[in-house]
Design a protein around this ligand. Structure first.
Ligand code: C2E
Ligand code: MG
Ligand code: MG
Length: 758
């Protein structure tokens, strides 16, 4: 209908008000015309406003509908009251006061109040502070005091007999106090609601209503009010303001997304105080030193102001406490965080210094947690951390303190325990973690490495204690993970070695410090060399030759494994091609690949490129992966399938030591299984190892997989493996890992002689 209905509405309100005033002024001395105007204009104003509010009801969002319906009914009742007044005063020519119109007016006030209460209830959840209740209460007390002193009390005093007229006359100022409550609430709620303009318009409308009523009552008190007075249009303006609010709702409501914004107008906070000052001035002005309504009201207001202050102080203190809690908590596990750890540690040290108590610091790191995060994703990692925190809470005594101080690093401060008690607690934790964690359909086994330092034996400063617990924890990791170690000064040397290694690793590739050795894989029936495994060595400038068992985990942690692994791959492929070019018997070369390398998106591309540049055929390359790749079976299956399609062989290394169950053999398209040397080492003595090895070999035969037995060290082991029909073996009994030149010589002979000294 209109492009901007509210602009048209504003124009309408202005013109309507002007016309109303013009009529009242023009016909001031013509009673009958003045009365006609005074009755007709309200009928127009009321019906237009009802119509606008009905529009708001129809077009507002479902959760606002009830509010607009109530307002619409309120205005409609008001309109009905005007209509009745018109019928009685003009058509029936009788005195309309008191009469049925008053009933409708009073009813409309109640409906307005209900609408405000309804709004308040829907917004309650977003109103964070209850201080506003005090603000309103203080303001209301001031208003009630003033209204009682200046309006209601004089009415009561004047009244000799209580007729309907006097009761209703007293009812209006009382209702206006209620309306004031409604207006204040609207104003307050506007600060919290996204219906801000709408509520402010309503608040303005209600306030205007109260002003008009108050002026009307003062005029009544002096007997100077007549229908068609200058204040008459004011009532209509307030109805139209309510209607205008409805139109704003229609236009703005659709664009709103949520209710509940929180930016309190500072003016509102000063509001009640201002009213107290006004009341105070009036008390002084009333010059009644004795007790009266004004001074009683003032007393009450002072009391309320005091209560409000107390309430705000308590609320603020609680808020500060809450924020402090949040600043100290880790959101993933709900444990205390690093900040709280430092604070508590300093407190402990301060206290322990006084009364000679002791405490232990347990530093816990989850083994291979990075792998899980990398392969299964961070959400799974987070759930695992939370599940671990749950176990910590379960086993740690109540007054001890548990913190998460880093990604997968946790600290427990254990009070009043001896070193062996601490170790016992750590062992209990390790035991509790033996069972797999069930997270999102998968079962994850994760173990902790725990280092313990004791106060005061291992340090009296926070940094020393943490550093020493860290050293002990690394030692626990180095000695096989899933382990606990107490700090001792000798560990420091190991820690500094580790640091040096970590540091040196970054430059090792550049400085040409790596070499690759090769260990033959032998056909156990013919003793022919069928392949060689490339094994990396690091010739450290300070420590000499270092085993990959020491530096590969470091390289995995730092990510260095990616360039290092690629270097080994290239070197091994090139070497094999060189042997082939020299006309030596064809063998395949096996290269170990760590999980971090393997699951890089460009791994397959790297392999393809290396094969192309070196000219080695894919059939002569074999990649050895461990069961760790199974953390993310889907990705691994697709990578292995792609590599197999290229013709590259895949071996599952160290079989039997990892997490996997047998079903992985079906899932992973590998073509070789390498039985871990821990089963071979006692194959002659242990019946259990014999059964396991035999079962693995038989299963592989059924599944048409090749089997390699690792770590054959003596004739007895070889004998046993031959009995079980194991086709390929590798071990010191044949040859230790050796240089490329040494392998070349062996390959020239073709067939290996068994025996330690060969
Ligand atoms: P692995 O792949 O299982 O390699 C076999 C390891 O067993 C080698 O240790 C080898 O020297 C050793 N070994 C062979 N025969 C015997 C034996 O008869 N008795 C005993 N006790 N040991 C034997 P090494 O060379 O120290 O390598 C250790 C591990 O380091 C390898 O285990 C592999 O997991 C890893 N590694 C080595 N080179 C690389 C590499 O280039 N990249 C990656 N990612 N890992 C590598
Ligand atoms: Mg290997
Ligand atoms: Mg192995």
């Amino acid at each position: 209908m209109f492009t901007h209905p509210r602009h048209t509405a504003i124009k309408f309100i202005l013109i309507y008000t002007l016309l109303f005033y013009a009529w009242v002024i023009l016909f001031q001395n013509n009673l009958s015309l003045r009365l006609w105007g005074a009755n007709m204009f309200p009928l127009i104003g009321g019906s237009v406003s009802s119509l606008w509010l009905f529009q708001a009801y129809r077009h507002s969002q479902p959760h606002h509908k009830r509010f607009w319906l109530l307002l619409c009914i309120g205005v409609f009742l008001y309109f009905t009251a005007n209509l009745l007044w018109f019928i009685i005063q003009i058509l029936l020519d009788r005195n309309p006061f008191p009469g049925p119109a008053d009933f409708f007016w009073i009813a409309s006030y109640f409906i307005f109040l209900t609408a405000v209460l309804h709004k308040w209830i829907t917004l309650r959840r977003v109103i964070s502070s209850r201080a506003y209740a005090y603000n309103i209460l203080i303001f209301m007390t001031v208003a009630t005091t003033l209204s009682t002193y200046y309006l209601i009390w004089p009415l009561i005093v004047q009244t000799e007999d209580y007729t309907a007229a006097t009761v209703i006359s007293i009812a209006y100022p009382v209702l206006d106090i209620i309306m004031l409550f409604a207006a204040l609430n609207m104003y307050y709620l506007a600060q919290y609601s996204d219906q801000r303009k709408v509520l402010l318009l309503l608040s303005a409308g209600f306030t205007l209503q109260i002003i008009a009523d108050t002026v009307h009552m003062s005029l009544n008190l002096t007997g100077t009010y007549e229908s068609g007075h200058f204040i008459d249009p004011l009532w209509q303006v307030c109805l139209l303001l309510c209607g205008l609010a409805g139109l704003y709702e229609v236009e703005e409501g659709k664009a709103r997304t949520n209710e509940g914004i929180n930016n309190l107008n500072p003016f509102y906070i000063g509001f009640p105080y201002l009213s107290v000052i006004v009341l105070f001035l009036l008390v002084i002005k009333s010059s009644h030193i004795t007790f009266n309504i004004l001074s009683a009201g003032f007393g009450l207001v002072l009391l309320l102001t005091l209560l409000r202050q107390i309430y705000i102080t308590v609320e603020n203190t609680n808020l500060i406490k809450e924020y402090r809690q949040l600043a100290y908590k880790d959101s993933v596990t709900g444990l205390y965080n690093r900040t709280k750890f430092h604070k508590d540690l300093c407190d402990f040290l301060a206290r322990s210094g006084d009364n000679q108590t002791t405490f232990g610091m347990m530093l816990i790191d989850l083994d291979r947690f990075k792998n899980i995060n990398d392969t299964m994703g961070h959400p799974v990692g987070d759930q695992l951390l939370a599940a671990f925190a749950h176990i910590l809470r379960k086993i740690v005594p109540q007054d001890d303190y548990i913190y998460r101080i880093g990604g997968d690093e946790f600290v427990i401060i254990v009070q009043d325990l001896t070193a062996s008690d601490c170790v016992e607690l750590a062992e209990a934790l390790i035991q509790n973690m033996a069972a797999p964690f069930k997270i999102q359909e998968s079962e994850i086994i994760i173990s902790p490495s725990i280092g313990i330092s004791l106060y005061p034996d291992n340090g009296s400063q926070p940094d020393d204690l943490l550093k020493n617990a860290d050293t002990a924890m690394y030692h626990a990791k180095e000695t096989g993970k899933n382990n606990v170690k107490l700090y001792s000064p000798e560990l420091n040397e190991k820690a500094s070695r580790r640091m040096n290694l970590e540091h040196g690793l970054r430059k090792a590739l550049e400085n040409n410090e790596f070499t690759v050795l090769y260990q033959p894989k032998v056909n156990l029936k013919t003793n022919e060399i069928v392949g060689v495994e490339a094994l990396l060595r690091w010739n450290h400038p300070q420590y000499g030759i270092i085993s990959p068992m020491q530096f590969i985990p470091l390289a995995e942690e730092t990510g260095q494994i990616v360039p290092i692994g690629e270097w080994v791959l290239r070197k091994a492929c090139l070497q094999n091609k060189l042997w082939q070019d020299k006309g030596l018997p064809k063998v395949h070369v096996s290269v170990n690949v760590s999980v971090r390398q393997f699951q890089r998106s460009f791994f397959v591309g790297t392999v393809r490129e290396v094969l192309q540049t070196t000219g080695l055929s894919p059939q002569d390359l074999d990649l050895e992966v461990t069961e760790n790749v199974l953390h993310d079976t889907t990705t691994s299956v697709s990578i292995i399938t792609e590599l197999r399609a290229m013709g590259v062989g895949i071996s599952l290394d160290d079989f039997g030591t990892g997490y996997s169950s047998l079903h992985v053999l079906r899932a992973l398209p590998v073509n070789t299984i390498k039985i871990d040397k821990s089963f071979i080492v006692d194959i002659t003595a242990s019946k259990a190892s014999q059964s396991i090895v035999r079962a693995i070999i038989e299963m592989c035969n059924h599944l048409k997989l090749s089997v390699v037995a690792e770590g054959i060290e003596d004739a007895g082991q070889l004998q046993q493996l031959r009995q079980y029909d194991c086709t390929v073996g590798q071990g010191y009994y044949f040859k230790k890992p050796m240089s490329a030149d040494a392998i070349e010589k062996l390959l020239r002979n073709g067939i290996l002689t068994e025996g330690i000294n060969n």
